[in-house]
Write a protein that binds this ligand. Sequence first.
Ligand SMILES: Nc1ncnc2c1ncn2[C@@H]1O[C@H](COP(=O)(O)OP(=O)(O)OP(=O)(O)O)[C@@H](O)[C@H]1O
Length: 407
Amino acid sequence: MQNIDRLILRLGEITLKGKNRSRFEKTISEHVRAVLRPYPKAHVRREYGRMYVETGGESVEALIQVLKNVFGIMDIIPVKQTLPQLDEIIAAAVELIGEQQIDQLTTFKVSVKRVWKEFPHSSQDMNHLVGSPVLRAYPLLKVDVRQPQIELRVEIRDGAAYIYSELIPAVGGFPRGSNGKAMLLLSGGIDSPVAGWQSMRRGLEVECIHFHSYPFTSERAKEKVVDLTRVLAGYAGVVKLHVVPFTEIQTAFTTTGQDNLMITLMRRAMLRIATRIAEQQKGLALITGESLGQVASQTLSSMNAIERATELPILRPLVMTGKDEIIQIAKEIGTYDLSILPYEDCCTLFIPKSPTTNPNLRIIEKVESFLELTPMIERAVEQTEVLTIEAGSPLQLASTAINEDWF
Ligand SMILES: Nc1ncnc2c1ncn2[C@@H]1O[C@H](COP(=O)(O)OP(=O)(O)OP(=O)(O)O)[C@@H](O)[C@H]1O
């Protein structure tokens, strides 16, 4: 990409959101400036519906890598900028095509968009005026107007023309934190970090809540969750993590003699505590990594019995997503390698041999009423440790390409 001197960032769905648009664009621009801090020579300019990043000599590939993960950016266009003059546009087009691999089978076409209506040549004429010198310079090229391998695009505006041939898909979604706050129940597993990232991508500010059962679960298990939160913070800047002591409540459940209801009871207690923390932090929903049918506690019947423990909406971004796809996303966003570390989760230690897939709500409520849960829940909330986790290095772990197919 040696001829590329700037990137155009096109913003996605926010264009649908009329009056919030300028606020959304400002949020994306702040996010862009934050991820570009390690690249001081790059310069950002905001315009209606898009942003321009002048590379200033910074590596184009490195800039694309970090910008691809900024929520709200739909795609990135590496461009060569010239004056809106025919000879300059032709020279840039010839240079840009020269960067491509060309053989006898390579097809191309020119597409011109004339935003500046005073430019002296029509779009139709421009296709020929630019196409002919390119064909003369690269005689192996063949024109194909339907499905060309290379589409050389020229956008002519008042004051500048942009020449490009590549559109790089970015993460899309809504600007970070633009759709309110929700609390993510973050285990050390594969699913909940993915659910958290997907929620952030839809513009939610996410605070994490982790239930920890020391000494049944080790310090390493907690560190793993801190590390997972740090990866999420790579996308959001800073993420709060609430670590809830869960040992007392779990131990109480083991005395009930209702082994097969253990998971349902634990999940309901988690939701109650998470709801209290959400109220304190002004979170409007809970997020889990549940996926329909994945385990006994994720049947429709179990989910039904579990979610009655809270009045807050429960968001389950992965509810209809299969495990393979979840794993693929976890790898792409940089959480997978941490999630598969062997440190135990508080619940797995208490999983009975045959957990019920169809829990009876009446029995559950009876068991709960015997236990006097409320003071235990109060204590757990009071003793919760709150950590503020910052990204180690912005987006360092998310170095692989975002997969277009998910969006
Ligand atoms: N120790 C925990 N702390 C916080 N949330 C938890 C904890 N354990 C489970 N959860 C929440 O409950 C959901 C279901 O957990 P479960 O272990 O049944 O399923 P899972 O599909 O293995 O999820 P994960 O891969 O996220 O652990 C998790 O996705 C998470 O949101």
